[in-house]
Design a protein around this ligand. Structure first.
Ligand SMILES: Nc1ncnc2c1ncn2[C@@H]1O[C@H](COP(=O)(O)OP(=O)(O)OP(=O)(O)O)[C@@H](O)[C@H]1O
Ligand SMILES: [Mg+2]
Length: 451
């Protein structure tokens, strides 16, 4: 082993590699994160196949079609995965501590073990702890096997011997290979373990779900290469204080990454939220100024959300501004547009903008909503409750077109809204929709007239 053996220093926060110890990581700027690790030539890459075994094929000879996808029985998860699990894929699920990663995956096991063999490997919890969670969730089939193990070699031999169709690894940070000298959770260990699981998934055609912890910045802990190695990266997010959880695709080799899945955390596990708009709008105040309903597209699905703004005179020389759930700089920019284009004196006002429900939205289509909420609060005049707005606001105060206006108007109609304020250029596209009044606005001063 002497040849491939060397020691390098890895940043434990981002996985950056250096040949010498440094106080601050040049990549992620964290202090004191470098740890010396011995790197050995990976045990899995040194195969012993002869040239004769290696075969090349033409594309037409490969059999694969979309029918092979396995549905998980949870429509929200299937949607994020791009229509179901692709056999032989490696899926990384990241998320804050306690958000419900283990719960989600145990639920997938529950559904899939009805007619497939499933192996749940936990390095974090004991069998009785898993049982406690399972008791809350209902009945389980015999096909679900559990294993509490962290030794990579042992796990590998179990998977190779039993060849289950689905394997859950909870979590990658607890797995360790004896061939790597550094501690479990370190960059080399995580990389080595992921490598082994990738070989197993591709080699045996089994699907492996890996749970990954996140750093305080919210990205999966460990090396960045981890995200490159896996096929799909899903993030499980949500407000700690609210019961809903959002599953978002960050990378997907077999589907769109725009889709989100919405779940609600209950006593008996995660329950799919079929109509997220209705869920997000529950509890909207009546007849309050500074509140407006906007529409954002999450993948192919429109989501109605309530935007709230509170504008009040500042007591200090320096006005305070905050944005919760949306981009702070975008809010500042829109306030500057309001000040310049329609002469609103916001310069000495505090402004707080909030997307109700704790969800994060960054689509430019909610610009018009933010603008109208701010003006409504500034003038202290409520906006019609049965109205939704969407449109991107440009620097000259013009309201620009956004994609898929038909779907947005149709969603508003479905939820019983009576008026839609849309960019004027999009009017043509939505005029076919009956039963809801659609108004086009060219610029923000047109929109102001509606308040
Ligand atoms: N009896 C219960 N009733 C309702 N919700 C519960 C109950 N027990 C646990 N939960 C919820 O489940 C969450 C824990 O879920 P889970 O263990 O799946 O999270 P996790 O993401 O795997 O956490 P970790 O990162 O620690 O592994 C808790 O934060 C809580 O919201
Ligand atoms: Mg867990």
């Amino acid at each position: 082993m002497a040849k491939g053996k060397k020691t390098v220093y890895f940043c434990q926060n981002c996985g950056h590699e250096e040949t010498k110890w440094l106080g601050q990581c040049p990549a992620c700027k964290e202090w004191n994160t470098f740890v010396e690790e011995k790197v050995i030539a990976s045990s899995v890459t040194s195969g012993s196949r002869t040239d004769r075994e290696i075969q090349i094929v033409s594309l037409s000879e490969v059999n694969a079609d979309d029918q092979d996808r396995i549905t998980t029985g949870m429509a929200e998860l299937d949607r994020v995965l791009g229509g179901g699990i692709v056999p032989g894929s490696l899926v990384l699920v990241g998320g804050d501590p306690g958000i419900g990663k283990s719960t989600l995956l145990l639920q997938v096991c529950q559904k899939l073990s009805e007619n497939r063999s499933v192996l749940y490997i936990s390095g974090e919890e004991s069998l009785s702890q898993i049982k406690l969670r399972a008791n809350r969730m209902g009945t389980f089939q015999e096909n679900l096997k559990l294993l509490c193990e962290t030794n990579l070699a042992a796990i590998r031999s179990v998977i190779e011997k039993r060849k289950p169709e689905l394997v859950i690894i909870d979590s990658i940070q607890t797995m360790y290979s004896e061939e790597v000298t550094s501690a479990p959770g370190s960059v080399s260990q995580v990389r080595e373990s992921t490598n082994v699981f990738m070989q197993l998934a591709k080699g045996l055609g089994i699907t492996i779900f890996i749970v990954g912890h996140v750093t305080k910045e919210g990205t999966v802990a460990g090396p960045r290469v981890l995200e490159h190695m896996v096929d799909t990266v899903l993030y499980f997010e949500g407000d700690r204080h609210a019961s809903y959880r959002i599953l978002r695709g960050v990378k997907n080799r077999f589907g769109s990454t725009n889709e989100i899945g919405v779940f609600e955390m209950r006593q008996n596990g995660l329950v799919e939220v079929e109509n997220p708009s209705e869920y997000m709008l529950s509890g909207k105040p009546e007849n309050a100024s500074g509140s407006v309903v906007a529409c954002s597209m999450e993948g192919t699905r429109p989501l109605l959300i309530e935007i709230q703004a509170l504008v009040c005179e500042s007591n200090f020389g320096m006005p305070r501004r905050t944005a919760t759930g949306t981009d702070y700089n975008r809010v500042n920019l829109l306030m500057a547009v309001l000040e310049k284009r329609i002469g609103l004196h916001l310069g000495n006002c505090d402004a707080y903008v909030n997307i109700a429900g704790g969800i994060r939205m960054n689509e430019p289509a909610i610009d018009l909503g933010i603008v109208m909420a701010i003006v409504s609060s500034y003038k202290n005049r409520p906006i019609d409750e049965k109205m939704i707005v969407f449109g991107e606001v440009g620097l000259s105060g013009e309201v620009r077109a956004v994609n898929m206006p038909e779907q947005r108007v149709a969603e508003a109609k479905k939820l019983g809204f009576e008026t839609c304020v849309v960019p004027e250029v999009s009017l043509d596209m939505v005029k076919g929709i009956r039963g809801i009044k659609v108004m086009g606005v060219k610029n923000i001063s047109d929109a102001m007239n509606l308040i």
